[in-house]
Design a protein around this ligand. Structure first.
Ligand SMILES: [Ca+2]
Ligand SMILES: [Ca+2]
Length: 209
């Protein structure tokens, strides 16, 4: 009986804290380890614990000019994919730089501005993909709800798009991580039961004393 009560009490008092599971080298402290890099009209620089993607002067052959990815080699094979923990609630990352400079080689006629896309692509269902677009000036910490991707295999893409907006734009990203909900099915206890447990513990203490 005592063992049962102890087990219930421990479960009930399980931590409600939030923790993070590492995406490999999400803080870029190990350089480009864990990431696949792509450049075609843009430049990727990973140094000082930060990844920086910049559009080059002029336009690339495609609007996608640079990318870093994890969980895929850029050909959407998802091998090896990135497993989203079953208790992951969000993806967080910091944008520490989002600066636009005039690009005289662009016409500036595009309706769209240069942007950085942070994308979690689902390996089986495009409709589950979660994407966020960052534009010039968007510095700060971002939190993206990924509860729809719990337990699924995905790939993380940080994609830089160079539009014909008259600017070259540089983005720096850092501290990419999953945020986990640590709660493991807590059992709600009625107040009277908690009171009884506390009293029971007190009795034990007095006996031992
Ligand atoms: Ca450009
Ligand atoms: Ca541009």
């Amino acid at each position: 009986m005592i063992k049962t009560l102890t087990a219930i009490a421990l479960t009930a008092s399980a931590s409600l804290g939030i923790g993070q599971a590492a995406i490999v080298n999400g803080d870029f402290s190990a350089g480009s380890t864990g990431f696949v890099t792509f450049e075609d009209g843009g430049t990727v620089s990973i140094s000082g614990g930060t990844a920086t993607l910049s559009t080059d002067a002029g336009l690339g052959a495609d609007v996608l000019v640079a990318s870093i990815s994890q969980g895929d080699d850029g050909s959407f094979t998802f091998d090896p994919g990135l497993l989203v923990p079953s208790n992951a609630v969000s993806l967080v990352f910091d944008i520490t730089q989002a600066v636009a400079d005039v690009d005289a080689l662009e016409d500036g006629t595009s309706f769209f501005g240069d942007s950085l896309q942070v994308l979690l692509a689902d390996s089986e269902d495009l409709l589950l993909d979660v994407a966020t677009f960052i534009e010039a000036g968007d510095v700060g910490s971002f939190t993206v709800d990924i509860s729809s991707l719990q337990g699924r295999t995905v790939a993380l893409f940080i994609d830089l798009f160079d539009e014909d907006d008259g600017f070259d734009t540089t983005f720096s990203i850092d501290n990419i991580a999953f945020v986990l909900d640590d709660v493991v099915n807590p059992i709600p206890l009625p107040g009277a039961f908690v009171f009884a447990l506390t009293g029971f513990g007190g009795l034990l203490l007095r006996k031992r004393g």
